[in-house]
Ligand binder design. Structure first.
Ligand code: PPS
Ligand code: ADP
Length: 208
């Protein structure tokens, strides 16, 4: 499944009279993508939902694209081999770009373990509007949480190619926000979301 090879020819871009700037004015915010990456169990969905709620409370329009959820629909034809993960990230990157163009704060939460795939998504957006958030939680912490019992299955060899066990996770080198454990303890969700909201405020995304 090579998604980078164009299959169509004789196609043309059609511009609409209402543009991104008009939508941003209407919404009084700027479109962007908050891309949350980290191991399974690191707290991606929790942060995404807490952040989504916080923005909603502040009257800002946000939408969560969660990897697990999208694999029930848009990406249900994909598995977990490297090629499938790359296609998963590519599709979500393209959808996130559309949401940002619509003027929303798009919150994408996926393991997205390969640096190259995340960088391809970054390249789809303008320089400052791709905000990579690295949930830097240790494998030990994630494995101790194991809310779905998947690490246990992976350790028992019942799931092959599980991220962090027998499939790699490549940590970001230049992310905008890194959230870490302090003395083995993870900051509470509200604090993590607060860190992201402060960043969005400071960079002007929450105003027109
Ligand atoms: N082999 C393997 N490796 C990693 N994760 C696995 C695997 N098999 C199933 N799962 C479950 O799928 C969820 C991750 O989906 P993503 O779309 O975020 O993955 S990826 O970005 O394409 O790597 C992930 O959800 P989270 O725990 O929320 O991260 C797991 O529940
Ligand atoms: N900041 C946090 N502090 C304590 N527990 C957390 C925190 N974030 C998530 N959790 C818990 O850790 C588990 C995994 O979180 P989840 O958001 O599902 O992770 P992911 O989406 O990365 O797999 C859940 O049981 C969740 O309640």
């Amino acid at each position: 499944m090579s998604s980078t090879v164009p299959k169509s020819s004789n196609i043309f871009w059609h511009d609409c009279p209402v543009g991104k700037t008009d939508r941003q004015k209407l919404l009084k915010q700027k479109g962007c993508v908050v891309w949350i990456t980290g191991l399974s169990g690191s707290g991606k969905s929790t942060l995404a939902c807490t952040l989504g709620r916080e923005l909603h409370t502040r009257g800002k329009l946000a939408y969560v694209l969660d990897g697990d959820n999208l694999r029930h629909g848009l990406n249900k034809d994909l598995g977990f081999k490297a090629e499938d993960r790359a296609e998963n990230i590519r599709r979500v990157g393209e959808v996130a770009k559309l949401f940002a163009d619509a003027g929303l704060v798009c919150i994408a939460s996926l393991i997205s373990p390969y640096r190259r795939d995340r960088e391809s998504c970054r390249a789809l957006l303008s320089d400052s509007s791709f905000i990579e958030v690295f949930l830097n939680m240790s494998l030990e912490l994630c494995e101790a949480r194991d809310p779905k019992g998947l690490y246990k299955l992976a350790r028992a060899g019942k799931i092959k190619g599980f991220t962090g066990i027998d499939d790699p996770y490549e940590a970001p080198l230049n992310c905008e926000i890194e959230i870490k454990e302090v003395d083995g303890v993870c900051p509470p969700p509200a604090e993590m979301a607060g860190q992201v909201v402060t960043y969005l405020e400071e960079k002007g995304f929450l105003h027109e």
